[in-house]
Design a protein around this ligand. Sequence first.
Ligand SMILES: [Zn+2]
Length: 398
Amino acid sequence: MVLPVKRWFAIAFLAGAIAISQATALAADDWQIIKLSGQDYLSVDNISRFYGLPAGIAASGEKVEFEAAKNPLEFVSGSREVMINGARSWLCFPAIEQNGKLLVSRTDVAKTIEPLVRPHRVPNVGKVQTIVVDPGHGGYDKGQVSRYGYEKDFALDVARKLRPLLLSKGLRVIMTREGDYFVPLEVRAQIANKARDSIFVSIHFNASNDDRNATGFEIFSFTPRGAPSTSDSAVAPSALSTQPGSAVDAQSLALSACIYHSLLGHIPEYDRGIKRARFAVLRLTKVPAVLIEGGFLTEQGQCRLIAQKEWRAKLAHAISVGIESYRALGIKKQPPLLVADYRKQIKSAPNEFVVQDAELKEADTSIVNLVGQSAFPAPQQAPTPSQRVSLESAPIVP
Ligand SMILES: [Zn+2]
């Protein structure tokens, strides 16, 4: 058993943030670095021991689902997929098997596992006063086009539903757009960067032309320096070194975790995971920033749900609870609620969360009134390449 302070030093060592000899000496007790092709790795045993958390290892090619995740840490051999506290996340590099041990990159232990296992220990999670809510797309940029409406309108509606929920928690809210017009991505980031004690939450809906059955939630924060984004299977090291990192990387990942656990906990959609990307709004923001993909407009069942105003209200509620959970990190320094905690809460008070079946029968068309002359496409109209989401693709991770 090691003391917490010692663990903190060890993590700092791992992140390369502290070069003092004391930290290095302390770290040597806790971490046995394994060198492989010039890269640093830690064994899953070592990680499990360090955190005092049981870890499971699934065979290569196996999928770990929430119900099947028996351990707080579930790795998949040869994969970047990992379940941490019941929610999927994606490592920067695959966990690899070597001499009967599963190894995880040092980058991932410092940049992925540590902030997700202990978001309450992420340093400098400061006071959160302002939430910059960014409804994706707008104006000529419709985002994904579905038979029930445009992504830009659904995103704006969720943002409008989210705003009063955040205001009622005593937070300040700035919307990057209030109506149906386009705001340049750099301006959206500047709005967040100028606001005091702010975080940035971008709201989008997903699309996949390759897999029309793709469903579920995912959330993105900025890719760490020297690592590939989740959708990139391989990136040349030379390209990686030219990419900047983010000074608030750990905070953004903690924000991802807080919102994502609330999303999955409130709405049992498919868990696509906590991911990394270099989207412009994430790259240009200097404050903790995430981009939420609240379901697929290309999957018929999910698209119908997204078109329900009640479902969008549920989504806004789940996002607001996640934001509150992140704000509490900076104040209480306690572990945030996890997907299982939310599901337990909902089980004990189900009526608060149930959307009546009758309400789900017909797609909500009130969004037409919301944005005036929003021209809905004829049913079945396929998106043309120019209408495809420019900000983000729909990465389907193998
Ligand atoms: Zn989008």
